[in-house]
Design a protein around this ligand. Structure first.
Ligand SMILES: C[S@@+](CC[C@H](N)C(=O)[O-])C[C@H]1O[C@@H](n2cnc3c(N)ncnc32)[C@H](O)[C@@H]1O
Ligand code: SF4
Length: 416
């Protein structure tokens, strides 16, 4: 079953922001995608990797810093947060230039770390937009004045997403600062009013209220995580009241040393049915109060609720997504967000795209890594976001359709 079918089976709206297959046929990406398909077919026919190494990255997750002043108990990147590696403003700008010259279309500023804490945050946003790239920003929202200063740079396909994960201040404090010895930095009321200030500065910005859904009984690195399922409807009401465009729901991932980012790790199969019924019920209650706020469920949440996580855990041997979208961070470049900081997915150092020569070496390393990584085995425990994209790419590569016959799509953006 394809992931799109899972959504339909689960009765969920198909969120266009997650339809990666269509995005590869966006008018900006289709030429590179045709080349990639041709390069992959050429490799299969001849063993030559030369054409694959010319594949441009279309979209990156760019981690500007590992610094963060929040302390979320569930933070999937907690092992790299505040560990010190830095990216100078110049390195970031050179990386953006090199990748834009090669064909990059979109950048998501995110972390391991809080992007607005980078000292050159504003200059970097301006530069990304000056290079004509689409821009997404994932932030805890506590430093919104820095975003307000560059708000006019954002265009209608660009977005800012606040990671909030709660509907009441008590739960917000526990989730974002509840670890022993951590000082609260923000209240929920401040974060919500920060959202409003960004929307006031540029009403065209798509503003997301991100919500990591934490089931009961989850533990991460010895920390007991707070069940926040009952607050999903309250989050929809907050989002509506404070001018957010959408509420983004995704299940809590638990990162494990060997398996990577796992989902529902340790939850017994007989507990899952009751849990999913409870989440479904709370999402229905959220829909009832959401008004114009769109409720977007991640692919892995939809699969979880449909009882079909198994589909997202069956990866093809070659992860095609890794050729087209990578994570560029101050400690390494990896070909997948699920493997941030993991040497198995490393294709370069932080300066791997800082100039054209380095980029050629990183592209060659990408090809070698992905041809030997074996996603079927290495990602067997991951309910992969890119599963449907990988399946649709494989389908195209294995068909005999001439690449020129791939038609452009009407996808709204190019974020992967
Ligand atoms: C690690 S944060 C870094 C960016 C920024 N500091 C923020 O909080 O949005 C990036 C995204 O990962 C999400 N995230 C963190 N831990 C997660 C987990 N265990 N499962 C699912 N998403 C998680 C956060 O909610 C956030 O949306
Ligand atoms: S199959 Fe999925 S989890 Fe594995 S490397 Fe590819 S995108 Fe990442």
């Amino acid at each position: 079953m394809q992931s799109d079918e899972i959504r339909v089976a689960a009765g969920a709206a198909t969120p266009s922001i997650h339809q990666f297959g269509d995005k590869l046929r966006h008018p900006r990406t289709i030429a590179a995608f045709r080349e990639f398909v041709a390069g992959m077919r050429h490799y299969r026919a001849t063993g030559s990797t030369e054409r694959l190494a010319a594949t441009p990255l279309l979209s990156i997750n760019l981690d500007l810093t590992t610094a963060c002043d929040h302390a979320c108990g569930h933070c999937v990147d907690d092992e790299v947060i505040n560990t010190g590696p830095k990216y100078s403003g110049d390195n970031v700008l050179h990386t953006i230039d090199t990748l834009a010259d090669r064909g990059l279309c979109s950048v998501i500023l995110i972390g391991g770390g809080e992007p607005t804490l980078h000292p050159k945050f504003g200059d970097i946003v301006r530069h990304i937009k000056a290079r004509g790239l689409e821009l997404g920003l994932v932030t805890h929202g506590g430093h919104a004045h820095k975003i307000v200063k560059v708000a006019e740079e954002f265009q209608p396909t660009d977005w800012v997403r606040f990671s909030i994960d709660a509907a009441t201040n008590e739960t917000y404090q526990d989730i974002h600062f509840g670890q022993a010895g951590k000082k609260p930095r923000n209240t929920l009321a401040e974060i919500l009013s920060n959202g409003r200030s960004i929307k006031d500065a540029n009403p065209a910005i798509q503003l997301g209220y991100s919500y990591v859904v934490v089931p009961p009984g989850q533990e991460y690195h010895g920390r007991k995580l707070r069940d926040n399922i009952d607050e999903i409807p309250g989050a929809a009401a907050n989002a509506r009241e404070h001018g957010f465009t959408y509420l983004s729901l995704k299940p809590c991932l638990i990162k494990r040393e060997l398996e990577g980012e796992t989902l529902m790790y340790g939850v017994r199969p007989d507990e899952i049915a009751a849990l999913t019924a409870r989440i479904r019920d709370r999402i229905a209650a959220a829909e009832a109060v959401a008004g114009d706020v769109r409720i977007v469920q991640s692919q892995n949440l939809v699969a979880l609720l449909a009882g079909r996580l198994d589909v997202l855990r069956e990866q093809p041997a070659i992860c095609y997504a890794g050729f087209l979208r990578q994570v560029v961070s101050p400690f390494s470049i990896v070909h997948c967000p699920a493997w941030r900081g993991d040497v198995r997915a490393q294709v370069g150092t932080k300066l791997g795209y800082a100039d054209p020569q380095a980029a050629a070496a990183t592209a060659a390393a990408t090809v070698q890594n992905l041809l030997h990584f074996n996603a079927t085995r290495t990602c067997a425990d991951i309910a992969c976001f890119y599963n449907s994209m990988n399946r649709s790419i494989e389908h195209v590569i294995e068909s005999d359709m001439p690449v020129e016959e791939l038609e452009p799509s009407t996808a709204r953006d190019t974020f992967l």
